[in-house]
Design a protein around this ligand. Structure first.
Ligand SMILES: Nc1ncnc2c1ncn2[C@@H]1O[C@H](COP(=O)(O)OP(=O)(O)OP(=O)(O)O)[C@@H](O)[C@H]1O
Ligand SMILES: [Mg+2]
Length: 372
């Protein structure tokens, strides 16, 4: 058996096929107060009714501010937290986080890549030992010689050559970028279908971020992995991801083609994120500077959770949560500005004016509740 045969052991999903789906996923954390009186007991509404599909060979960005629920959502997809509501579906089957074979399969096929590579390695184990552990779990039948060659192959896949230069080292002897590549190699040992990369380059030096992102992109394409790219940085989503989903206070507020979402954002929150991101190439003068504070997830605002910060808020925004409105090909926004009435039309005109856009958007088509 060659190394290639050992490492590619499973059937691959067709490019573009749905691999992992969140259907109306909700997560509430109960923060216990006094155990006797229950005083101080609080419920954190971290993720609320989020639906998202990840496709083979495709990168989807999940963008939002700190505390918006991105990491919690990634952990729900990885079945590391039980759900409060909704379901996670892997290749057409509902995942049960209570254990069993399907759960163990899920945990190996859906791999998390975390922000801080230093924190995810045993500091007193060599890289060889760390990788060997992962290879042992996923290639039980391989002989010691085969395992060594699998490790070499994994390191080559993340462009760390020659392997001997890395296997004998300890984590502290490597740079953050090298270590992040090794954590990707470790994830590859499981022959995953899905990568959930939670801020994979945020802790790395700016000069090496692009190299790690390009590596993730190459692996996504070559191995037809579905990749969720969690980030604060909406500008990098445009460069890196095919689709972008925007999360605000535990809910998705906009979704669509990355180019469309970043260049022609429909939701006032997405517009605010873009206006406040440093981007020297932006032609329109940055007119929005104070973007305000995210709301409490213990007692979230009524109606649209963004209404207290929204420059275009109307009376209904504090009363009723907006549905999804399809605003363009494959792009939707959860915002009352896209309702088909005069007040919303005036809001859209004001919106175009604030951002110096010549063209005023039209009303959107409400997306029926059943559609994801
Ligand atoms: N285990 C937990 N128990 C209680 N609350 C939690 C727990 N994990 C997360 N939270 C809360 O859920 C909310 C969402 O947190 P989460 O870490 O998912 O946000 P995030 O978007 O990843 O933020 P960041 O960009 O800072 O990483 C926060 O209010 C957080 O305090
Ligand atoms: Mg996070």
């Amino acid at each position: 058996m060659t190394t290639a045969e050992m490492t590619v052991t499973r059937d691959r999903a067709e490019p573009g096929a749905a691999v992992l789906e969140a259907r109306h996923v909700t997560k509430e954390f109960v923060v216990r107060g006094n155990p006797f009186t229950r005083r101080g007991r609080r419920v954190v509404h971290a993720v609320d009714d989020v639906s998202l599909v990840l496709y083979a060979g495709r990168i989807t960005a999940l963008v939002g501010e700190s505390g918006s629920g991105k990491s919690t959502f990634a952990r729900l997809l990885a079945a590391l937290h039980p759900l409060t509501g909704g379901e996670v579906v892997y290749r057409g089957e509902v995942v049960d986080a209570k254990g069993g074979k399907r759960f163990r399969d899920h945990v190996s096929r859906v791999q998390l890549i975390l922000q801080d590579p230093f924190g995810s390695f045993n500091p007193v184990a060599t890289i060889a030992r760390t990788l060997l552990r992962a290879v042992r779990i996923h290639h039980k039948a391989a002989s010691p010689a085969q395992r060594r060659s699998i490790i070499e192959d994994l390191l080559a896949q993340v462009s760390l050559r020659p392997a001997a230069q890395f296997t004998r080292k300890y984590p502290h002897e490597l740079s953050g970028g090298q270590l992040q590549r090794i954590s990707i190699a470790r994830a590859l040992a499981a022959d995953p279908d899905v990568f959930l990369a939670d801020e994979p380059v945020s802790s790395l030096d700016v000069s090496i971020r692009l190299g790690v992102l390009n590596l993730l992109r190459r692996l996504t394409e070559e191995r037809r992995v579905a990749l969720l790219y969690v980030t604060h940085d909406i500008a990098s989503a445009r460069y890196f991801a095919a689709d972008t989903a925007v999360m605000y206070a535990g809910q998705l507020v906009e979704h669509g083609d990355s180019e469309q979402v970043t260049q022609n954002a429909a939701h006032p929150y997405t517009q605010l994120l873009i206006a406040s991101a440093p981007d020297p190439s932006r032609a329109v003068e940055n007119r929005v500077r104070d973007i305000g504070q995210p709301p409490s997830l213990i007692d979230p605002p009524s109606g649209c959770r963004f209404h207290p910060r929204c420059p275009f808020a109307m009376a209904r925004c504090s009363e009723e949560a907006p549905p999804k409105f399809a605003v363009d090909d494959g792009q939707w926004a959860r915002c009352w500005l896209y309702a088909d009435d005069d007040e919303a039309a005036a809001g859209r005109a004001q919106n175009a004016d604030l951002y110096g856009r010549g063209e005023i958007r039209r009303a959107g088509r409400p997306v029926p509740d059943g559609e994801l």
